[in-house]
Design a protein around this ligand. Structure first.
Ligand code: ADP
Ligand code: ASP
Ligand code: MG
Length: 435
């Protein structure tokens, strides 16, 4: 059985929802994971922000606009049929959103508001496929998707609950569920962070040992550079799990960074496919990929570099330990590292504890901070015996000031740190020289 995940643009209009229904029907028995319609989660975030600020008219206006959009979708999608349960879901959601206008918003309330987009899209798809005569079973994600105290998925719980739900419906043609939403360890409604529907699909695929996890989106696979900034990018036909993980983590928005791991651990192939061009081959991510080639480039924004220079590092031990411990104490993860005999530079993307980190690091040396940086990540078969790739990558960046370089940490990447203002130029130069 395959797990199919359709993103926000794929279900972004009545016509697209109909088209996705065709693709779901074509696949045979499967589990389909849906995102919210494009724009919905952003509107829900906006509503929460207005409510947090006590701007009730602002929240009401956004709720009204979103509600009007959904009634229009219902009218078009069910023009000749009774919208039934889909309409009930829309009524329920907007009554709930309005009820939040009457009380101060809490964290739990915000999470419930953010969950509405996926609940609506699955309710509409369920009704549509049912009207088409399919035996569709709606599996509420809130009944089986749960996280542990640290936010990691509770795989044992998910596996037990999901398997039981599937066993109850042996005759189903299609199982349908919500991406992104889950319950936390207290049982409260929560989510897997923005873009998290990919992660839902991967977790489900791993738990049921799926034949394949298919991520259907608005582009024909992982491209060799970021198509939002570079022209003439091309899809990569095959990627190793490790390569895909690096690209997702370092900014290739097509995949949620956490989504590679469950698939990799259970060795379930992940295929990236285009809803608008279903016959395009897309990208296959698995345990084997062509060797000896560079595959793709990605960029991660909002990076801060911190340099710690120690007069006493020469032949000293324990310096790096103290530096790393500081970041651990502040629960801040490090992306890139470069060391020399007299100092070390590290990068972070979460700056919420920056001032305190810098304060603590000053015990060990002189600290300098560079903000507004970007990590450019070049991914491919970069095993160290292969010659030439590092030289080519750096030659491409000959005219761009490079703050830091990291190579050899894995067999799959070289990372360079540049100023945010040089990002697009760096991406374009790399494409020009490497592909
Ligand atoms: P969905 O809503 O289906 O989850 P996303 O917007 O999250 O879709 O991801 C698809 C988008 O990712 C594409 O439209 C594209 O602009 C962007 N993207 C960024 N880097 C890449 C890349 N290397 N290859 C393909 N798409 C990329
Ligand atoms: N709807 C959520 C978001 O917009 C989750 C997703 O689309 O993957 O982030
Ligand atoms: Mg996405």
């Amino acid at each position: 059985m395959n797990v199919l995940k359709f993103g926000g643009t794929s279900v972004g209009s009545p016509a697209r929802i109909e088209h996705v229904a065709d693709l779901i029907e074509k696949d045979g028995k499967n589990i389909t994971v849906l995102s919210a319609m494009a724009g919905t989660t952003n509107s829900l975030v906006e509503i929460s922000e207005y409510l947090y600020k006590g701007n009730i008219p602002g929240a009401q206006e956004t709720i009204n606009a979103l509600e009007a959009k959904y009634y229009k979708v219902l009218d078009e999608l069910f023009a000749d049929a009774d919208p039934g349960t889909a309409r009930q879901a829309v009524v329920r959601t907007f009554a709930l959103l309005r009820s939040y206008c009457a009380e101060p918003l809490t964290d739990a309330g915000e999470k419930e508001i953010l969950a509405q987009g996926e609940l609506l899209s699955t309710a509409m798809m369920h009704r549509l496929l049912t009207l088409r005569g399919r035996k569709v079973v709606l599996l509420p994600a809130l009944d089986f998707m749960r996280t542990l105290p640290g936010g990691e998925p509770d795989m044992k719980h998910i596996s037990t609950r999901l398997r039981r739900l599937l066993e109850l419906e042996p005759d189903a043609d299609i199982f349908l569920t919500q991406g992104y939403i889950c319950r936390n360890d207290h049982g409260g409604i929560d989510n897997l962070k923005r873009g998290g529907s990919d992660y839902t699909a991967s977790i489900i695929g791993a738990v049921i040992e799926a034949d394949e996890i298919q991520i259907w989106t608005d582009i024909d696979g992982m491209h060799n550079n970021d198509p939002r900034f570079v022209d003439d990018t091309r899809p990569v036909s095959r990627l190793h799990f490790e390569e895909a993980a690096e690209l997702a983590y370092f900014g290739a928005k097509i995949l949620h960074p956490a989504c590679v791991l469950p698939a990799k651990l259970h060795n379930i192939p992940v295929r990236l496919l285009n809803t608008m061009q279903p016959d395009a081959p897309g990208t296959l991510i698995c345990n084997t990929a062509p060797d000896g080639t560079l595959k793709a480039i990605a960029a991660k924004d909002n990076i801060t570099a911190i340099k710690i220079k120690s007069g006493r590092m020469l032949l000293a031990y324990g310096f790096l330990h103290k530096v790393f411990e500081t970041f651990e104490n502040h629960r801040t993860s490090i992306d890139m590292i470069a060391t020399s005999e007299v100092g070390v530079t590290l990068t972070i993307d979460d700056t919420s504890r920056l001032a305190a980190i810098v304060d603590d690091l000053k015990h060990f040396g002189t600290v300098t901070v560079d903000e507004d940086m970007v990590i450019i990540c070049i991914v491919g078969d970069l095993e160290w015996h292969n010659t030439g790739f590092e030289a080519k990558a750096l030659a491409a960046l000959a005219d761009i000031p490079v703050r830091m370089i990291s190579y050899g940490g894995s067999n799959y990447n070289i990372s360079v740190l540049v100023r945010a203002s040089d990002k697009v130029r760096a991406l374009r130069e790399l494409s020009k020289h490497l592909f």
